[in-house]
Design a protein around this ligand. Structure first.
Ligand code: UDP
Length: 322
């Protein structure tokens, strides 16, 4: 039986990856320090013989007994509000955490896949973004702690690949959504849905003309799974190229929720990228992958998930670090 370690296992993406590897017949070892993760996301796995969980911070030396075939490093805060609240942890998990896990991969002869991000492109001046665009990142802005940690992470991963011969994979993840997103993580989709469910106005930052391209989580997981099993070592974009302005997205959420909420405009946060859309030519070619779930289907499933949350969860959803 293949054994896989998933860091950030109690988070949004980590928990969906655990589900997928269990379904594929792997022994899954989840690890999370639970700063932004939530055990509720993986509660259903604890009863399984082939799932185990370590409450641990990967920024410290990591030890896992027994053999390991794969390591997927998905531990990291992942929204601008989180970076502002816990900037040092964000830097550490992307840099020190990655170094520790690469060391573990080398020691175990495991293949390691790291979760990189479209944030390595910063506020991009090339549109859509192909993998060979080097980006436009402000290292000392509010997003710098995340963006630079992720850029360092890619460099460190490539160095372990070329110098130590570790089998590594790098996925650049674009905006992804689906069930188990944290209602209070500050990201636009849970923010809008939470506001609609509480009967509040939807807060659009700036004039809403900035664009994003949203990928449903199952599509992302499929792309990651294929990349892990491929023999490609350079970064690969995984995302849905269907691009939309944030103002249009607010209208879609209002329609989806059947509410009559109004939109209010707030100042645009510093260094908020004006446009973002993945060029997925490479993923199509080397992985035969492209997204299958369109936004209206994916949003419906996601909305049903948020509707199922308790009133308490809905109303205590102001940010956890406040
Ligand atoms: N955004 C917004 N209202 C909110 C939260 C976010 O208009 O309540 C905007 C944000 O400024 C950004 C876009 O939505 O332009 C996507 O934000 P998110 O934090 O989800 O992701 P990222 O900016 O990292 O792509």
């Amino acid at each position: 039986m293949k054994r896989v370690l998933v860091t950030g296992a109690a988070g949004f993406l980590g928990s969906h990856l655990c589900d997928r590897f269990i379904k594929e017949g792997y022994h899954v070892i989840g690890m999370d320090n639970l700063i932004t993760g939530n055990l509720k996301n993986i509660e259903h796995l604890f009863k399984l013989e082939h799932f185990e969980f370590y409450h641990y911070d990967v920024s410290k030396f990591v030890h896992v007994p027994g053999k390991l075939d794969y390591i997927l490093h998905f531990a990291s805060p992942a929204s601008p509000i989180d970076y502002l609240k816990i900037p040092i942890q964000t830097l550490k998990v992307g840099s020190l955490g990655t170094h520790n896990l690469l060391g573990l991969a080398k020691a175990k002869g495991a293949c390691m896949l790291i979760a990189s991000t479209s944030e390595v492109y910063g506020d991009p001046q090339v549109h859509p973004q192909p993998e060979d665009y080097w980006g436009n990142v402000n290292p000392v802005g509010p997003r710098g702690v995340y963006d630079e940690a992720k850029r360092f992470q890619e460099a460190m991963t490539m160095a372990y690949h070329t110098y130590h011969g570790v089998d590594t994979k790098i996925v650049r993840i674009f905006n992804t959504y689906g069930p188990r997103m944290r209602l209070n993580d500050g990201r636009v989709l849970p923010a809008f849905i939470g506001q609609a469910l509480r009967g509040e106005d939807l807060t659009v930052f700036g004039d809403g003309s900035q664009t994003r391209s949203f990928c449903y989580v199952d599509d992302l997981v499929e792309g990651i799974y294929r990349l892990l099993l491929s023999d490609y070592h350079l970064p690969v974009n995984i995302g849905n190229p269907s691009e939309i302005t944030i103002a249009q997205f607010a209208e879609e959420i209002i329609k989806l929720t059947g509410t009559n909420q109004k939109v209010t405009y707030k100042p645009l946060p510093a260094d908020d990228p004006k446009q973002r859309q993945p060029d997925i030519t490479l993923a199509k070619r080397i992985l035969g992958w492209e997204p299958k779930v369109n936004r209206s289907e994916g949003l419906k499933i996601t909305y049903d998930y948020f509707k199922g949350l308790s009133k308490e969860e809905l109303y205590q959803s102001k940010h956890r670090f406040e």
